[in-house]
Design a protein around this ligand. Sequence first.
Ligand SMILES: Cc1ncc(COP(=O)(O)O)c(C=O)c1O
Length: 480
Amino acid sequence: MRRGAIRYNRSVAREPMRYENILEVVGRTPLVKLHRVAANCAAEVYAKCDYLNPGGSVKDRIAITMVDEAERQGWLKPGGTIIEGTSGNTGMGLALVAAIRGYRAVFTMADKQSKEKVDALKALGAEVMVCPTAVPPEDPRSYHSVADRLVREIPKAYHPNQYENPANPEAHYRSTGPELWEDSEGRITHFVAGMGTGGTITGVGRYLKEKNPKVRIIGADPVGSILYDYFHNKTIPKAETYKVEGIGEDFLPGALDFSIIDDVRQVSDKESFQWTRRLARLEGIFAGGSAGTAIAAAVQVMPELRPKDFMVVLIPDTGMRYLSKVYSDEWMRDNRYLESPVAWTAEEILAASTGSAATRRELVKAGLSDSVAAALALMQAHDFSQLPVFDGARPAGAIYEDAILNLALAGQNLSNVTVQEVMAAPFPVVQRSATVEQITSLITRECPAVFVELGRDLYEVLTKYDLLHAVARMAGSRHG
Ligand SMILES: Cc1ncc(COP(=O)(O)O)c(C=O)c1O
């Protein structure tokens, strides 16, 4: 059999997908719609998938722009060394640039960063120095101070210093911002991103506000970082440690321009990590913990959105570097970040099993005066063992295959018997906020499903199977 070429959507390209080197592949990352995470949101919500960059993060963009500028200015010359204090991702980008352009690369990192990040930098030929996290930036042992010292000691050294380098926000002003505008076809109304150096939010925000001053720029900040307090109260509290990597600061970076930010939302480590795992399981987007922070902030904003709104959440880096952290059940359990399935609500289970409101499954039901034969045909077509019966828009009963079988065995002609004559009591009705525990107590051998009341005369059936599916997902997230 002759096989035709497989055409995935992205390969229906505008131009041939052929490049001189890996740096040319940076950027032009896709917007992917979030159906389940935003199941109850009136607006469209998209993820800007910067974890798909070749170095696995948004930072590939600034690595190229900062090195380009340094070469142009003569700060970096052939045989030179690139030195940077980095949470790993900027290091990956710079290591890619160093590999292609023949520079030596030396990175200093805080010891809270994952081992995978250190190993990945070394794989690209870089040298890595791991420094303590629990010291202030001015301490000589901090990764900022060690980077500064190395710059003084190593000849022909260039320190991009992403925190203060104007080429950092500039990269986003020139690439990420225009991509967001073009790929949303000018419809973007809200942009949500975590803030580390602030380069992403500043550059993107500046570009989008030039295009449309009404676009709202929303920062996501981990509890423990000072940026949330500084934005809202102009105070700088004492920074506390937190576990999310790559975002939040204990000082004010020069690359961060608060004047273009409209709002900053605060997110705990636990919420960040839970949303990171949900993002992977519900949407197939396998990202690092800071993506969870941005998603959690977006979820805070979602109830405020209107149907015409168009929100984009930036997904900064790949989950591959966090297998031993957010994606490790042991690590999640040790840090008390795991969620209990008991906390899930009817609405969340429905979202997980049926997708967004737009793709919500059609309720399969019988009417009071339908024949039992017709009800049986429906049940067989959908492989259901029971059907809800409606009197107009209201639930009136339920019909079960056992009852139908008994009728048939008794020699009744199923076409001559109406559903009304054989139906049992309707499924119990629960509110959308009912917990798994409450629903489980209602679902029994005799009553295999409940109705979730979504609005006036609007019901969704939640079966024992849906519940098991949700619990298995949660058990899977704890055990393997
Ligand atoms: C994983 C991750 N997320 C988000 C960010 C924040 O991006 P920016 O520095 O542009 O604010 C960073 C920055 O280091 C990061 O490493």
